[in-house]
Design a protein around this ligand. Structure first.
Ligand SMILES: Cc1ncc(COP(=O)(O)O)c(C=O)c1O
Length: 232
């Protein structure tokens, strides 16, 4: 991945490794087929729109339920799971929203089609636990670590749908979405309908490290310029 970014002279890009079972026997048991790996990188702009990071986005609760436990492994970033994500995202778009939030099989808040979700209420940050059919996103983890270092209480918690409507702040996290404020859910305004103060603090702390303006005290960054051996 480092080599790919380096040879393409990317200042900023998204990296997408794709690992598949390749050419071989037909059938649904993949174990005899070779593992093929492709890695792509490209410059991806702002995932939820140019204004999203500062202004926030308008989202809906999806009519599609997130993949249920013991059907597909939600913890894995597996291609098959993304049929569910596509349905959530397409429905949201068709209805004029930037993104959809899926509930889990029990009806509790799960995540966006391609982002983890956080709510802020009374100064405390909550995010659905891993058992709520969420992807254990690296940005989710980043937010939890940043919150701790900033002294903002944060916890994993089961989140009922109505919490989205009475929260002070709601935001998404993700490699593509970074930290994106949500200004309305189902046309119900969240907080003051703009990026909230805790979201802004977290965003600032996130970008300071990601853009290299402050030292990376967490060990998150990998220098691309450094020549590291690449397996052939
Ligand atoms: C379904 C889903 N949830 C959450 C995330 C956020 O994960 P990460 O922070 O690792 O990018 C993604 C990212 O693609 C995703 O597809």
């Amino acid at each position: 991945m480092l080599e790919l970014v380096r040879v393409n002279h990317m200042d900023s890009c998204y990296i997408r490794p794709i690992v598949i079972r390749g050419y071989g026997e037909m059938g649904v048991n993949p174990l005899k087929n070779p593992i093929d790996v492709y890695i792509a990188c490209w410059s991806w702009g702002k995932y939820l729109g140019e204004e999203a990071l500062a202004e926030g986005v308008d989202v809906c609760v999806s009519s599609w339920t997130r993949i249920a436990p013991n059907t597909l492994p939600a913890l894995a970033k597996a291609g098959a799971n993304y049929m569910n994500s596509q349905l959530i995202r397409m429905e949201a778009h068709a209805n004029g929203y930037a993104e959809g939030i899926a509930l889990d099989e029990a009806g509790y808040v799960s995540e966006g089609s391609g982002e983890n979700l956080f709510v802020v209420r009374d100064g405390k940050i909550l995010t659905p636990p891993l058992g709520a059919s969420v992807l254990p996103g690296i940005t989710r983890d980043t937010v939890l670590q940043l919150a701790e270092s900033l002294g903002i209480p944060a916890a994993e918690a089961i989140i009922p749908r109505e919490m989205l409507y009475i929260a002070d702040e709601v935001f998404f996290s993700g490699t593509a979405a970074e930290i994106t404020p949500i200004r309305s859910v189902d046309r119900i305004v969240v907080g003051k309908g703009a990026r909230g103060p805790i979201t802004e603090r977290l965003q600032k702390a996130f970008f300071e490290i990601v853009n290299g303006h402050l030292p990376d005290r967490f060990g998150w960054l990998t220098p691309v310029a450094k020549n590291v051996p690449v397996a052939v």
